[in-house]
Design a protein around this ligand. Sequence first.
Ligand SMILES: *Cc1c(COP(=O)(O)O)cnc(C)c1O
Length: 546
Amino acid sequence: MDSGRGVLSTRTYEALKTILFFYVLLKQSVKVQRHLRARGLVTSVREFYTWIARHVIMLVLRMPSAQRKVRTQMDKAKLEIEDKLVPKGADVTRHLALPEKGQTPEWILAEMDKMDNEMGSPNGWKAGKLSGAVYHGGDDMERVIVAAYAKYCVSNPLHPDVFPAVRKMEAEIVAMTLKLFNNPDGAGTMTSGGTESIIMSVKTHRDWARAVKGITEPEIIIPASAHAAFDKGAAYLKIKFHSVPVDPVTRKVDLKAVKRAINPNTIMLVGSTVNFPDGNQDDIEALGKLAAKYKIGLHVDCCLGSFIVPYLEKAGLSEGVNGKYKLSPFDFRVPGVTAISCDTHKYGFSPKGTSVIMYRDAELRRYQYYVNPDWSGGVYASPSLSGSRPGALIAGTWAAMQYMGSDGYLESCQAIVTCARTIADTIVASIPELYILGSPPASVIAFGSRHPKVNIHEVGDKMSRRGWHLNALTGPAALHIACTRLTLDRIDVFIADLKDSVQEAKVQPEGKGTMVSLYGLGKSSAVGPAMVGQVATAFLDTLYKA
Ligand SMILES: *Cc1c(COP(=O)(O)O)cnc(C)c1O
C-alpha cells in the first residue's frame, strides 16, 4: 500500500511539473507574441540586435585599454560640465555648514546679491532668448504672485481645518480648469507639475484596471513623441510600456501601430495636445474611439498646451490657414478621453510647481488617492504623491488665474500662437535649408535641416553663442522653440540670428559645441544612448556640487 501511494504521488508530481512547465511556456509565448505584435517584426529584430550590440560593445569597453579611453573621455566631459556650472577659485565663498549664529535679513539679501555677481545675473532670462522656461515674465504678474505667496506663506493644504481658504482655492482652481476643458462635472486635483500629474494618472489607471478589469500585469501605449514623464511613471510603477512611432510627416501617432499594441493587459493609451518635441497634436478622436472600444483609459497630455489650446477655438485660430496649423478636438467632449493633464505653471502663468490632473468623473479620481486607515500616526489620507504641500503655490496660482481672466488668456493665446506661426512661415519662406516638423497648431515649433551640409545641432550651438537657449531633439535631429510672451517682440532677432547661424553652420562647422558633442553620438549607434546616459548622470551629480 505504502509503496503504491508513493508511485501515485510521484506520478502526480510529474504531471504537476508538466502542467506547470506548459503553463509557464504558454504565458511566456503569449508575452512574446504580444510584444512582437506591438512592435512589429522588423522593430523587434532591430531592438534585439541593438540590445546584443550594446552588450557586446559594453563587454569590449570593459577591457583595460578601452576602459582607460572611456574614462579619459568621461573625465573630460565631466570637467566641461563642471566648468559651466560650478564656480572655481579660492575667492568663492562656500556655505558648507550652518553659520554659528543666525544671520540678519540684510546680510541674507546682500549675500544673495554677491552670489548673483559671482554666478551670473538671475535676470538673464529677461533678454527673452528662451524656449519656454519663463512663460509670462511681466513685473505686474510677479507682484500679484508674490503678494499671494506672502499672504499664505506658511499654509499647507494637508491641514484644511487650519488653512480653510487654501483648500477652497485649490478646489476652485480644479473647477475652473475642468470648465475650461469642458467637463464641469468632472473631478481632479492639483499636483506639483506635469510630471506628477502624469505619474498620478498612470497610477490611477493602473489601480482602476486592477479593481475593475483584474489586470495584474499592466501595460500602457504611448506615442514616441510623448513626454518622458510617461516612461518615468511606468518605470516607477513597474508598468510595461510600448512606445509607438509617429508618422514622419504629420508627426501624429501611428494609429494602426497603437491598435496592434493593444492587448488584454493594456490599461491606457496616451495622446498629446500638443507634444513637447515638435508641438504637434495626436488624433485624439481616433484614440478615443480605440479607448472606448477596448474599454481602456485615454490620457490626453495638455501639460504644454495648458491654457493655450483651450483658447484656440475662441481666438479663431483652430481652423488654421491654408490647410496648415489646424487643431482637432482634444478635450472631454471627445468620447473615450478619461484624463487630461494641464500645467498651470506653463501657459497658465502661475508659479512653478503647479499643475492640474483632471478625470472624467469623481469615481476614477478615487483610484488616485492613498488611504491608510491603520497608520500609527492616525488615519492617513492624501490625494497625490506629496504629503505636505505648499499652500502658497496654490494661492499664487489662484491669484494668477484671477489676474489673467478669460480675456487675458484669450489675448495671450492670440499673440503667442500668431508669433509661433509667423516664425514657422518665415522659416519656410526665407531659410530654404530648414523645414518645419508637421503642422504645429499652437505655440511650439520645431525645425530640422534638409541640407546635407547643415547639421541642425551645429545650428543650435551657433544659436547658443548668440544667447539663445533652444531645445535639441533627436528623432529626427531638430531644434524647437516654445514661444512665450517673451518671444513676442523678439521674432525679428530670432529669425536674423537663425539665418546667420545656418550660414555659419554651413561654412564653418566646428563640431565641438554642447549639442553636437552630446547628440553627435547618435541614437543609431549602439553605445550612443549608454554614453549619453553616463554624461547625463554626471551632469546630475554636478548639480549637487556646492
Ligand atoms: C512640460 C511637459 C510635461 C511635464 O513637465 P513638468 O516639467 O513636470 O511640468 C508633460 N508633457 C508635456 C508635453 C510637457 O511639455
